[in-house]
Design a protein around this ligand. Sequence first.
Ligand code: MCN
Ligand code: CUN
Length: 788
Amino acid sequence: MKRKEDARFIRGRGQYVDDVVLPGMLHGAVLRSPLAHARILSIDTSAAEAHPKVHAVITGETLAGLGLAWMPTLSHDTQAVLATDKVRFQGQEVAFVVADDRYAARDALALIDVEYEPLDPVIDAKRALDPDAPVIRTDKDGKADNHIFDWESGDRAATDAVFADAEAADDQLVVVQDMIYPRVHPAPLETCGAIADMDPVTGKLTLWTTTQAPHAHRTLYALVAGLPEHKIRIISPDIGGGFGNKVGIYPGYVCAVVASIVTGTPVKWMEDRSENLMSTSFARDYHMRGEVAVTRDGRIRGVRVHVLADHGAFDATAQPTAFPAGFFGVFTGSYDLEAAHCAVTGVYTNKASGGVAYACSFRITEAVYLIERMVDVVAHDLGIDPAELRMRNLLRPEQFPYQSKTGWEYDSGDYPHTLQVALDKAGYAELRAEQADRRRRFEAGEPVSLMGIGLSFFTEAVGAGPRRSMDILGLGMADGAELRVHPTGKAVLRVSCQSQGQGHETTFAQIVAQELGISPDDIDVVHGDTDQTPFGLGTYGSRSTPVSGAATAMVARKVRERAKIVAAAMMEVSADDLEWNDGRWQVAGDPDASRSMADIAMAAHSNLELPDGVEGHLDATCVYNPPNLTYPCGAYVCLVEVDPGTGAVDVRRFVAVDDCGVRINPMIVEGQVHGGLADGVGMALMQCIAFDLDGNCLGGSMMDYLLPTSLECPSWELGETVTPSPHHPIGAKGVGESATVGSPPAVVNAVIDALAPYDVRHADMPLTPAAVWCAAQGNPLRPDLGIT
Ligand code: MCN
Ligand code: CUN
């Protein structure tokens, strides 16, 4: 089925936040710090206030008077809304101007005079832990260093024992590799913004905003600002992409709300591209050491990991678990291990708050990258083919449900089969033969490019989630769904999740259609408006299908059961005699005696026909609290050509076999995978937010922060296996982030494989031509990653 929402998108009739225009609306702009670390000595706003088109200038001092200068983050830290004492990263919010139009607001920014006393910036995460490093969070009482947290997962003693054993044994070895997952940014098409409309008479706040989680945001505004929750309405209309960038609450949103309260008029704030890239929602920035204990015949026994996590100046991780690095716990990947342990240390640096999401499921991306790179390093050191090494170590189908060594219960999968499908589709053996031939020609001095074949096998963990392990500010992670079938048999579904391009209006209608025998065209899906939808935690961590999708199937089944009673009354039979057949309630054994949902709906609304005790109307509500996450998986094969003269990488082919359980809409799933694969090629080869030693952000525009285009992407070759989730009502697993998680290691493994004639064991992303060329020359310097 084609996407229902595209009818408006391809006609230019979508409504994004920046399309919203309210009568009398004023415009806000944010003054940002030019320095990465500096004390604020004074802020003089008088000249800006005197500007004829300026209505108000808000500073940290204004906010402090309201108790709003600092706000809590999702990871139990605090973040400055507008800086009062110090600025802590380049681009940090310092003041907010409200003016008649966007241009006047921007002009007035230049009239604000801020006196800064520059301080030494801390840019390198390792340097952040030096005893003499400048302390960034001096706002925290008694804080004398830049350390945020230490977190661990797995059994340290058991893992150390396996490693000691492997070190002592002749037939085993320990393989060690350091690697960096660089800082990247999701860069959605629409930047972040908000229009706040506080009605001074009714006291009702309507906030149009780019959020992936409208209900959670509403509750947070209520808790933090003391606004009554029933008087807050959050509307998140069509959003031009989220990718995790729109999970958090940004200072600009809060400023727009305060500005609307102060001026008594609606206030719009939309950031520009550079503001989005420099100040919002970075991801990754993990410095990792992986260690693998393995027998010489390729049996992986244990994995040990240490990570230094650079979270920037405020720990604003969009982390829905109670744990600071929670989902990194899936670093054991798809393999059957004896023991595993990881330790993650989080530090503050003078960078925009990081540690947030980017199609990542909160650290799974880094974990998958680490283990899939490590498996290739082991294959390199042992001289075993990487496909063969994976086959020897993958979990076997009979091990499911599988209890991982770090406490996760993988629900289902047939990993060797999924990998085999990918290898067959790629023609793996023939590719290796072609590669061997190419290498012979290269060694013979022919001017040929180097061919590399890279694999990855990933397990994702999506659909947050079980209440015990994942409460966010004490809120459970259950999602609501409400379904009404109208008298003529048309239905409206209301869900708490929020589509940013994933096609929920189509797929959620398809779920209801499947359960009720109504055409998906006759089902409207309402989302993204807290006044119109039930509570739930929104769309991130690929949780819409696992949680809201499950709620949708369950609410439809409730309606179907109610319809059964009405149908029985209509046909004057006992409900026990009815069976659900081909989208109709039918008298068992009598195909001529049946009623469609439309027949039943009309009767249910004309109470005359209903006997006493049978409730009229046809609607239901449901709250779904998932018993577990869902665990999609996939096997990817990437084929690259590397130019040995320039280091340029060309992705020649990419085979992706995903298993996301039952597919509701195969076309949409493929679209999700296409997007994620492009993301992976981008991160592996070009995307990186770097900083110079003074803390200047070097990725503040799309001239510097490179996103992949169709030119860098091959024509994707997709395949599928289907292992339904045993606990999901329709057996579906999430897929929205799978390819972003699974593809970077496949691309990197391919490039390193291509460099085999130079005996390169590892090189860090992004594998730009310069980085690849330097790696081939044995040059370890990476100024782009701060390694000089
Ligand atoms: N689907 C399906 N069958 C399945 C699984 C999913 O048909 N077995 C469909 C779903 O019904 C839905 C889509 O595929 O229409 C994605 O579903 P799901 O995996 O549940 O992910 P979410 O809808 O929760 O989307 C979130 C996910 C995340 S976290 C990021 S980040 C990301 C991603 O989606 N951001 C995106 N894909 C994106 N795609 C677009 N266009 N824009 C974004 O911002
Ligand atoms: Cu991890 S980015 Mo998505 O969860 O919105």
